[in-house]
Design a protein around this ligand. Structure first.
Ligand SMILES: NC(=O)c1ccc[n+]([C@@H]2O[C@H](COP(=O)([O-])OP(=O)(O)OC[C@H]3O[C@@H](n4cnc5c(N)ncnc54)[C@H](O)[C@@H]3O)[C@@H](O)[C@H]2O)c1
Length: 403
């Protein structure tokens, strides 16, 4: 099959196995170039490990810390007619590279919100690793079935209290448009909390602690976002922000739970980045193309892998006692400090005010965004022959072994 990008709205429906491998190898090489992370974890569970921040976390744990890793994700394999999803190919490439270095890997494809998945993963930890010393929670999903009641909840991206109108970008036409989001009703706020809040993270950590599968000094981290004034009404003060507030409150209760045995639970506030999930949020992509141009100009641009390398090396590990992990006044780890720097935000606000279709390409990095977006699906990677006939059906080594 000759595999080319097929873009529908904010999603690409094809992915390239060799290109995804090149993208994963690029991230592995970056982690190796930064050298080993002293005192890093050795047995790591990443929930949401196939793309974005979760993939970067799995790569950092394996190649920066030499950790055995288990990964959970929801991806589609190829049926021969359609390609697999990018996260599937990313995991093939990750496992191949980790196995070549003699690292333990096991991956689970299915619904991380289900009790069935929790049981499978905890049984595998008991059997293969004994315990885990780090759990990264990096799920981003538009829906969740409550494992206790079977009820389906859907998250929405809406402001709370009042409708919100602002500029956004239409990537199909590369135009600046005006978008209005109607205010959420209370049920939508509650449903979004149910999907993207901390309830499921708590179920995972409780399942692990109840079965004695968390090592005494284990760390668990979930990812959050704050962002600038222009996205606050729809993000931090909107439905998703309510879910992030819940996630952050959950970090405090999990911290109290696992502190008793010497562990810690944190939320890490990460920077805005192009991922499959973030490109679906109104206003964020326009903010992001402006931010990208400014951060590149100031030489402080980062991708998921740079962010997570700093999280592990400069915040959580490098022989730092867990009691001394630096946090803000609300106990959150901050690796969004470069994005939130005053000079950066002032420049973003100034550009935002004046951005139109006419100057879009000059004052923002639409080109860089498009390149990064395609990269998520393995396209535009140097050295990959996109005219070659490729077999889309590739298997994840640890999943074949499990069957
Ligand atoms: N991208 C950003 O700009 C940004 C910034 C700060 C924080 N975050 C947070 O980081 C976290 C990860 O987001 P991302 O942008 O890396 O997303 P992503 O879409 O790249 O990754 C989501 C992961 O979750 C998995 N997943 C989704 N539903 C699942 C299910 N039901 N069962 C098992 N796995 C499932 C996917 O397979 C994938 O591995 C989210 O909490 C997000 O809010 C993102």
């Amino acid at each position: 099959m000759i595999i080319q990008p097929k873009i529908r709205g904010f999603i690409c429906t094809t992915a390239h196995p060799i290109g995804c491998e090149a993208h994963v190898v690029e991230q592995i090489n970056y982690i190796k170039s930064k050298g080993p992370i002293a005192g890093g974890p050795k047995k790591v569970l990443v929930i949401g490990s196939s793309t974005g921040y979760g993939l970067a976390s799995r790569i950092t744990a394996a190649f920066g810390c030499g950790a055995a890793t288990m990964g959970v994700f929801f991806e589609k394999e190829s049926d021969g007619k359609r390609t697999a999803t990018a996260g599937w190919y990313n995991t093939v490439a990750f496992e191949k590279a980790a196995l070549a270095q003699g690292l333990y890997v096991k991956s689970f494809n299915g619904d991380a919100f289900s009790d069935e998945m929790r049981q499978k993963v905890t049984a595998a930890i008991k059997n293969d690793l004994g315990q885990v010393d780090c759990v990264i929670y990096s799920l981003a999903s538009p829906r969740r079935v409550d494992p206790k009641t079977g009820q389906l909840y859907k998250s929405v991206l809406k402001p709370k209290g009042v409708a919100y109108t602002n500029k956004s970008i239409d990537f199909e036409k590369n135009e600046v448009i005006s978008v209005t989001l109607e205010t959420a009703v209370d049920q939508e706020v509650q449903d979004t909390i149910k999907v993207m809040g901390g309830e499921d993270w708590q179920l995972w950590i409780e399942a692990l602690t109840n079965q004695g599968l968390l090592a005494p000094q284990a760390v668990t981290v979930a990812y959050s976002y704050i962002g600038p004034d222009v996205t606050t009404p729809v993000y931090r003060n909107g439905t998703i922000g309510a879910a992030k507030d819940h996630l952050e409150a959950t970090a405090h209760s999990l911290d109290a739970l696992i502190k008793k045995q010497g562990g810690r639970a944190f939320v890490s506030v990460n920077k805005a980045l192009v991922t499959q999930s973030s490109s679906a949020i109104p206003f964020i992509p326009l903010y992001f193309v402006i931010l990208m141009k400014i951060m590149k100009h100031k030489n402080i641009h980062e991708d998921c892998i740079h962010q997570i390398q700093r999280l592990f090396a400069d915040r959580l590990y490098n022989n730092r006692p867990l009691t001394e992990v630096p946090t803000d006044g609300q106990g959150r780890i901050r690796i969004d400090e470069l994005e939130m720097r005053q000079d950066v935000q002032e420049e973003v606000a100034a550009v935002w005010k004046n951005i139109t279709d006419m100057n879009l390409w000059q004052v923002s990095d639409v080109k860089g965004y498009n390149e990064d977006f395609l990269k998520l699906f393995g396209f535009g990677m140097a050295g990959v022959d996109y005219n070659a006939d490729i077999n889309p059906e590739v298997l994840i080594p640890s999943i074949i072994e499990n069957q």
